[in-house]
Write a new protein. Sequence first.
Length: 348
Amino acid sequence: MRVAILGAGAIGFATAAMLCAQGHEPILWSPSGRRTQALATGDPLVSSGAVAGTFRPAVAASCAEALNGAACAVIAVPGYAHRAVIEAAASRLRPEQTVLFSSHMSFSALLLRRLCPEPAIVVWGTTVVTGRQTGDAAVWVTNVRSRVDAAVLPDDATTRGLDLCRALFGDRFVPRDGLLAIALSNLNPQNHLAIALCNLTRMEKAEAWKQYANTTPAVGRLMEALDAERLALARACGVQVRTLHEHFRLSFGAEGATMGDMAHHLATRGADPSGPTTLDSRYVTEDVPFGLWPTICLGQEAGVAMPLHAAGVQMFSALYGRDLTSDNDILPALGGLAGVMATAAPST
């Protein structure tokens, strides 16, 4: 199956490698053009780790070229690039194509639906793969998740959308009831808040450090306290989501009674990714404005206090010297959260 991958960072590369390994035909489009230069001039994509091999995905010079002839498109860019990619793709999508958000943030699927209502949209609570780009045409795939939460717009396209995901990536998708459940199933923002905040000087000094080895029991307790806020919000919104511990057991095979125990287990078995080595990290620049901030706004709409989430946003804004919430260009385009709540609420 021909699949347009809109984005050519670590997730785009890892997704392309996985699709090639499954016998599909991905075509990569880099919005800037820089990330696919090596591939476009003939270098193969070298993938190691959980997906190992040498592959030759196609490269598109434009969004229109990527979408031409593709059965579906995977949006695989950080939240801060969603609006630009959505606006580039909206006028070129055909009604029979399906758009997959890997992963969905800040209700950006509603913006695509507003601009282009015909195609079915599948939103994931997280990415199928995790990884790091290790060269101009190389990626290290650290993990392929065994379970990924997903929801489909419109509701009557759910079976078709999930069948497509399974045909491409295997039987790992768990249906959730609407965008609100997906928004509250993405644990990356809260987890990265704890990890980045407690290791910020390592990031700023570009130290080499391991993520789970530095998720000490104290950091684990902060992650669990943040998770308690998210779970309270999910209950208030009437949606079911996995707990932090369930997520780590299902996604990474982690063992232990506490988050500190789980992190130690992952670190000692060698499943420990490197932490960010710059302040210009998606752990902050994406997850604060496009993950934490929408969660706080949801809490305000639902009357649920999110003091740790709010404190994290305020501290990161102070550390970075700017209001990071203003970086979110999706919510203003949707007119804020008041209308989103009604649109994204569970259908049952």
